[in-house]
Ligand binder design. Sequence first.
Ligand SMILES: Cc1cc2nc3c(=O)[nH]c(=O)nc-3n(C[C@H](O)[C@H](O)[C@H](O)COP(=O)(O)OP(=O)(O)OC[C@H]3O[C@@H](n4cnc5c(N)ncnc54)[C@H](O)[C@@H]3O)c2cc1C
Length: 207
Amino acid sequence: MKTPRTTPSRLAKRAVYDEETIHAILDEGLFCTVSYVSDGEPRAIPTAYGREGNRLFIHGSVGSHFIRELENGGPVCLTVTLVDGLVLAKSGFSHSVNYRSVVVFARAEKVENGEEKVKALARITDQLVPGRWECLRPETESEVRKTTVLAFPLEEASAKVRTGGPNDEPEDLALPIWSGVIPVRTVRDQPQPDATSAGLPLPAHLA
Ligand SMILES: Cc1cc2nc3c(=O)[nH]c(=O)nc-3n(C[C@H](O)[C@H](O)[C@H](O)COP(=O)(O)OP(=O)(O)OC[C@H]3O[C@@H](n4cnc5c(N)ncnc54)[C@H](O)[C@@H]3O)c2cc1C
């Protein structure tokens, strides 16, 4: 949603607010950074998350200082960034990054309902490894009790996307300096079994 605080002052044309783009970026990320103010000072904590519909979930131990601060419902800013490329220009000034990023402003809502809480925990696990939750033993009541799940509505959110090559100054274009893009990807390598899994076949969701 476009609001005064989700409107960039620079290159606002790169900002988008449609749900489809915001959800696609969030669904590809592995972690978010949660920023908030504690005792008048800024804090930023990276953490895992999951999305279901128009809500983003994070989880943590009921004893976690960070989670207990957020659960009070104060204002929070969450970000997710995907880097797609390094943009090498002919001047340092024109270097850039190709990226897709999301900024969300929200307040935490504690998820108390047991069924909804377990569903959110499944989303967080599957965000890291899609299809993982289904093959795990069910969470025990005690594990669920010891975990706090917080939901953030994805209402006041913006995405920003940069694509393409460098935007060099016209007078620099003839300079004999290599320019272009180095694509960047997050790659999952071959899973490495631990000692208890040495004889087990790789499950379908990891193949
Ligand atoms: C990997 C990476 C590297 C970057 N490097 C630089 C850099 O070196 N220098 C630089 O100036 N900028 C950089 N940016 C862009 C930066 O994120 C800001 O978009 C940019 O600085 C414009 O700021 P602004 O003052 O217009 O935004 P502001 O006016 O401060 O932003 C207002 C609102 O616009 C929205 N917004 C702003 N930026 C983003 C974003 N990236 N994603 C989603 N929503 C956003 C938010 O809702 C924000 O609250 C980088 C971005 C990424 C992802």
